[in-house]
Ligand binder design. Structure first.
Ligand SMILES: [Zn+2]
Ligand SMILES: [Zn+2]
Length: 339
């Protein structure tokens, strides 16, 4: 089968590789859609922290936001999975340690992450193998495009839930990229008055086109009481700005990651009686995200700017927009396309 292989920072090829065979407890999936995101771009540049911590090494097979159809099952797997449309959890905990037993498999010290960590091949290929325990079945109303948006959506849903807005509460999202816009969509679905702040004119205009009326840059941000502030940016100074901007008694949520330490003053946190929450991964939010897409309360489809074949992945990871791409922040890969 064909797979996109990243051999070193900036070096890649689409090559023929051994098709996966399902091990015991695993399935092989025909990939229908896979998204690429900032994490993949950090592997492409070589900046991703896991490369420097020994959790990941080249050559790499990327792709952790995907949907597809089960093609084969391994020993011990219910054959009824065959043919089912699915997406999968990126985080594969060991299943036996204290954290896994307490339901925190996504922070298991020995975890693999599909297409990200510990050599587990990802979905930028015609097929991938994953444990059946990581699968989430997709209803008919969640097509392949929506299915590949469940993983980023689950991250965003958890961030919006951590902000815990009551209807009418004012929520500010910093960083209107894929995750930020998805957070805004989930917060809006919860009844919040959503504001977005960014520094890129095109992404702010895109947020406006999605119906978000309160879109600002740092200079124009109005002085309003924000009941919750969610940092979905990669700017090192915005986590502390989030804490400065939030109302006393409110909540700050940190889902963005900067390339350098982003510090906050815990005196401000204590003196303002603020609750701070960090979010890693979609895992506990995947089912609720599938339900929100299925019932239409959140429709992330406009985020997808273009869908291309494996041959275009390198250019996309290098930051080039495919010809004719729409205004959204997300590029999808369909490995069945010729180019
Ligand atoms: Zn991602
Ligand atoms: Zn574990």
């Amino acid at each position: 089968m064909r797979a996109f292989v990243l051999t070193a920072p900036g070096c890649y090829e689409v090559r023929e590789v051994q098709a996966p065979v399902p091990a015991a407890g695993e399935v092989v999936v025909d990939v229908e859609r896979a998204g690429v995101c900032g994490t993949d771009m950090e592997f492409f540049t070589g900046e991703m922290a896991y490369l420097h911590q020994g959790h990941s090494s080249f050559p790499m097979r990327l792709g952790h936001e995907w949907s597809g159809r089960v093609a084969a099952v391994g020993a011990g797997v219910d054959p009824a999975w065959t043919g089912r449309r699915v997406m999968g959890d990126t985080m594969l905990g060991c299943g036996t340690c204290r954290r896994c037993r307490r339901g925190h498999r996504h922070v298991c010290q020995r975890r693999q992450e599909v297409g990200v960590r510990d050599g587990r091949p990802g979905a930028l290929a015609e097929q991938l193998a994953v444990p059946v325990s990581s699968l989430h079945a997709l209803p008919d109303t969640v097509d392949a495009v929506l299915g590949a948006l469940v993983e980023p959506g689950g991250n965003a849903l958890r961030a919006a839930q951590a902000a815990d807005p009551a209807p009418g509460d004012r929520v500010l999202v910093l960083g209107p990229g894929t995750i930020g816009v998805l957070v805004a969509m989930f917060a809006r679905a919860a009844g919040a008055e959503v504001h977005l702040m960014g520094n890129n004119e095109a992404s702010l205009a895109f947020s406006g086109a999605l119906g978000f009326a309160h879109v600002w840059c740092e200079d124009t941000l109005p002085e309003l009481p924000f009941d919750a502030v969610i940092d979905a940016s990669n700017a090192a100074q915005l986590p502390s700005l989030a804490l400065d901007l939030v109302e006393p008694g409110g909540r700050v949520v940190y889902i963005g990651l900067a390339g350098e330490p982003s510090r906050i003053d815990t005196r401000t946190l204590a003196l303002k009686d603020v609750t701070a929450v960090g979010i890693l991964s979609a895992s506990p939010g995947l089912d609720a995200t599938i339900r929100a897409y299925a019932d239409g309360s959140v429709d992330p489809r406009p985020l997808v700017a273009a869908t291309v074949g494996l041959g275009q992945v390198g250019a996309v990871l290098a930051g080039r927009r495919p010809p004719g791409a729409g205004p959204g922040p997300k590029i999808h890969i369909d490995p069945r396309l010729e180019r």
